[in-house]
Design a binder for this molecule. Structure first.
Ligand code: COA
Length: 259
C-alpha cells in the first residue's frame, strides 16, 4: 500500500522502514506523506507501545533528502517543503508513544533530522551521522539546527553543521547523539530489547514521563516543574500506580493493565 516505506506490526511494536535502498533511502516528498499516513495508522491501531524507525538495506538509514528534488527546490518550495517535514518530524517527536531510531548506516541530512525526532537512537557500529547540507549550499531544514544543539550542545552542533562532516557511531555515542552502538548484526535485537524494557513499564507512566521530559526543552524551568507536577498527579490516579506500589510492598511482580 506504500511506495517508499514499509509498516509492520510485531506485537506491541510498530516498525516503520524507509524503503528505497537503491537510493540509500533518500526521503522525497512522497516518503514524507507516507510517513505521515503510517503515523496515523500507528496511532489508530490502539496497541502500539513503541515505534521503531529504520532504513532498508545495509548501507543507509536515510542518506538525506532526495537530491533530485532538492535540485528543483526554489525559495517557495524551500519554505513549504521544510515546513511540512518539520511538522511531520515534530509529529514523531510528540507521539504519545516513544520511538527508537535503529540507525543501520548513513544518517545524513534529513536522515539525521528524522532520527533526532525519535525519542532514542541506537546505531550500528558502521553508521555515519551528519548534517552535510552546507556542502550543497543549503542549510538543514527539517529541525537539524534546533534539535542537534539540544542533543549535543552548541559547540559540537556548530562543528557538525558548519563543516558538514559526518561523525562515526562511536563519536556520536561520546557526544550523546546516540544511546548505544552495537554490531550491525545485533542492531534490531538491541533496539527490541530497549523497546521491551520500556513496554514492561506501565503505559500511562511512560506516556506522562515522555511528555514531561519533552517540555524541558520548550518551557521555562518553573513551567516545566509545574507541568511535571500535574503529570505526576495524573499518574497517581492510575490503576497501574496502585498495582506497581502494591506489588513492590508485597514482594511480587506487578501485573500492569495500562490503565
Ligand atoms: N538523494 C537522491 N539519491 C541519492 C541520495 C540522495 N540523498 N543518496 C544516494 N542516492 C542515490 C545515488 O544517486 C545512487 O543512485 P544511482 O544508483 O541511480 O546512481 C544510489 O543512491 C547509490 O548511491 P551511491 O552514492 O552510489 O552509494 P554509496 O553507498 O557509494 O554512498 C552515500 C552512500 C550516502 C555516502 C552517498 O550516496 C551520498 O553521499 N549521498 C548523498 C548524501 C547527502 O549529501 N545527503 C544530504 C542531502 S541534504
Amino acid at each position: 500500500m506504500f511506495e517508499n516505506i514499509k509498516l509492520e506490526q510485531d506485537g506491541e511494536i510498530s516498525i516503520l522502514t524507509v524503503n528505497r535502498p537503491d537510493k540509500r533511502n533518500a526521503v522525497n516528498n512522497v516518503t514524507v506523506e507516507e510517513i505521515d499516513k503510517a503515523l496515523s495508522q500507528i496511532e489508530a491501531n490502539g496497541k502500539t507501545r513503541v515505534m521503531i524507525l529504520t532504513g532498508a538495506g545495509e548501507k543507509a538509514f536515510v542518506a538525506g533528502a532526495d537530491i533530485n528534488e532538492l535540485a528543483r527546490r526554489d525559495m517557495l518550495l524551500g519554505r513549504s517543503d521544510t515546513r511540512r517535514r518539520q511538522e511531520i518530524y515534530t509529529r514523531i517527536e510528540m507521539l504519545e508513544i516513544p520511538s527508537i531510531a535503529a540507525i543501520n548506516g548513513f544518517a545524513l541530512g534529513t536522515g539525521l533530522e528524522l532520527a533526532m525526532a525519535c525519542t532514542m537512537r541506537v546505531a550500528s557500529a558502521t553508521a555515519k551521522l551528519g548534517q552535510p547540507e552546507v556542502k550543497l549550499g543549503i542549510i538543514p531544514g527539517a529541525g537539524g539546527t534546533q534539535r542537534l544543539p539540544r542533543l549535543v550542545g552548541m559547540g559540537r552542533a556548530m562543528e557538525m553543521i558548519l563543516t558538514g562532516n559526518p561523525v562515526t557511531a562511536e563519536q556520536a555515542l561520546a557526544m550523546g547523539l546516540v544511546n548505544q552502538v552495537v554490531a550491525p548484526e545485533n542492531l534490531m535485537d538491541a533496539v527490541r530489547k530497549l523497546a521491551a524494557a520500556i513496554i514492561a513499564n506501565p503505559k500511562m507512566a511512560v506516556q506522562y514521563a515522555k511528555e514531561a521530559v519533552l517540555r524541558s526543552s520548550e518551557v521555562s524551568f518553573a513551567s516545566g516543574l509545574a507541568h511535571e507536577s500535574y503529570l505526576h498527579a495524573l499518574s497517581c490516579g492510575t490503576e497501574d500506580k496502585k498495582e506497581g506500589i502494591a506489588a513492590f510492598l508485597e514482594k511480587r511482580s506487578p501485573n500492569f493493565t495500562g490503565k
